[in-house]
Design a protein around this ligand. Structure first.
Ligand code: PLP
Length: 458
């Protein structure tokens, strides 16, 4: 390793508090520094070339190093480097983007609210839930129900929505008024012999019981990712969202779809809601909106909610919420160029096609593997469930840290896959420009890495 890179690693360890990183272990292991990227490949400062089968953090859908996005960024920055969107100010790129997004989004969506990421997008929707219910004279309807295993962000409010205990413990979270109902994880939680439909109905019944316990007049919204991402790549079991939506509609509870991972082609459709017949009242998108080239999010609301906000402003004054970088002209221009690529290269169709091939290959290679208990996902989102003994449904001891072991071996072999330690799974969400022959390479490296690690546990 060149000495300047060694230096960088030391400087990094001395100066940065890394997100979602074990601060104690990190002091010893140090960072991996990514230096450049092109297409689905990354290069680190140790001289490794890696296939990024996670697309960064499930976001680089058009792949790395796209000059179209760099050009759009440069032109936008040269033309208007920044101007705010408070107090009725606007800019051309955000207007064009809003119009385009509304033409792609579920038809009931009527207005877009821009922010910088998934957390502040979801945070904004939580505030809109409260604002809306206050304005319609139902101030008590303020509780928000999320699910265990969900991931909705890490701000104070959205870490509360996130249903992973490590995001709550020692942070004094969740905040009051955020509740978690049981997760849709059929693999882990189904009773012996219980069908997917019966399990889904049980989950909907549990949600209804929670609402009745709390009082329907106190519950304002329910939030869900179409497919849970960081919590395990959990696809909803058959009939799940139909049963859940029957309950939310019955008690007049707003449905928030968190499309931060699923939006913009990940599941082989523009949005995950399409796959599972979800009809959200509100929706957040981020990540692939700009393929991660610029921090940018778009949250959507229906005309019904917009109407209340409009009438509220007439009575009470401005909608007093927003961020300095909301509707940033550079971010909006990048999002437009990103959508141009997704459309002109037909990446949503490619995601469906290559995603089907990816799942077929994973099934073919691992369905009979003694250590692989389930392969799940949809489109270009997949997870492989590892298990010590799948016949007796015995999980690895948590101290084994099996998923991080496998992904560390993948890295050594030139592949970035994502460990999901809370569910002993390895996740994949490659850029949508990934081809079938790239999939062959991903699957081959994963297979080799899995064998190496499992030989030590066989
Ligand atoms: N919602 C989902 C489904 C996510 O996966 C994430 C991030 O991974 C977020 C929200 C939070 O987004 P951000 O990290 O941009 O705040």
């Amino acid at each position: 390793m060149p000495s300047e890179h060694k230096n960088l690693k030391q400087l990094d360890a001395q100066s940065i508090l890394h997100p979602s990183t074990n601060a104690h272990d990190f002091a010893e292991t140090g960072s991996k520094i990514i230096q450049s990227g092109k297409g689905i490949h990354l290069h680190d400062t140790d001289g490794n070339t890696l296939i990024d089968a996670v697309a960064g953090l499930w976001c680089v859908n058009v792949g790395y190093g796209r000059s179209e996005l760099a050009d759009a960024m440069q032109q936008a920055a040269t033309n208007l480097s920044y101007y705010h969107t408070f107090t009725g100010m606007s800019n051309v790129p955000q207007i064009e983007l809003a119009e385009r997004l509304l033409s792609l989004a579920p038809k009931q969506m009527s207005k877009v609210f821009f922010a910088s990421g998934g957390s502040d997008g979801n945070d904004s929707l939580m505030k809109i839930v409260w604002y809306y219910h206050n304005l319609i004279g139902k101030p008590a309807k303020r509780k928000i129900i999320s699910r265990w295993q969900a991931y909705h962000g890490t701000s104070v409010a959205t870490a509360s929505l996130t249903g992973l205990p490590s995001f709550h413990k020692d942070f004094n979270l969740p905040i009051d008024g955020v509740l978690h109902t049981e997760s849709p994880d059929y693999f882990r939680h189904a009773n012996p012999g219980e069908s997917e439909l019966a399990f889904s109905q049980r989950r909907a019944d549990e949600l209804e019981q929670m609402i009745l316990r709390e009082g329907p007049d106190t519950v304002g919204a329910f939030i869900a990712e179409p497919v849970m991402g960081a919590g395990g790549v959990i696809t909803p079991p058959e009939g799940y969202f139909a049963a859940i939506q029957a309950v939310t509609r019955k008690y007049d509870i707003l449905f928030i779809a968190d499309e931060v991972v699923c939006g913009f082609g990940r599941l082989g459709t523009w949005f995950g809601s399409e796959v599972y017949d979800i009809e959200p009242d509100m929706m957040t998108t981020a990540k692939a909106l700009t393929s991660g080239y610029f921090p940018f999010s778009a949250s959507f609301i229906t005309e019904k909610i917009w109407d209340v906000i409009k009438q509220g402003s007439a009575k009470y004054g401005s909608f007093a919420h927003g961020y300095t970088y909301a509707g940033h002209p550079i971010g909006a221009a990048v999002a437009m160029a990103n959508l141009d690529i997704i459309e002109s290269e037909k990446l949503v169709d490619q995601s469906a096609d290559v995603g089907a091939y990816f799942h077929q290959q994973l099934q073919q290679r691992f369905a009979n593997d003694p250590f692989v208990a389930q392969i799940r996902g949809q489109g270009m989102l997949a997870a492989v469930q590892l298990m010590q003994d799948k016949d007796s449904k015995t999980f690895f001891a948590p101290s084994t840290k099996i998923a991080p072991q496998v992904t560390a071996e993948c890295y050594k072999n030139g592949l970035i896959a994502r460990p999901l330690p809370s569910v002993d799974s390895v996740a994949f969400s490659p850029p949508l420009v990934t081809t079938k022959s790239d999939v062959d390479s991903i699957v081959a490296i994963f297979e080799q890495s899995l064998r190496t690690v499992m030989q030590q546990h066989g």
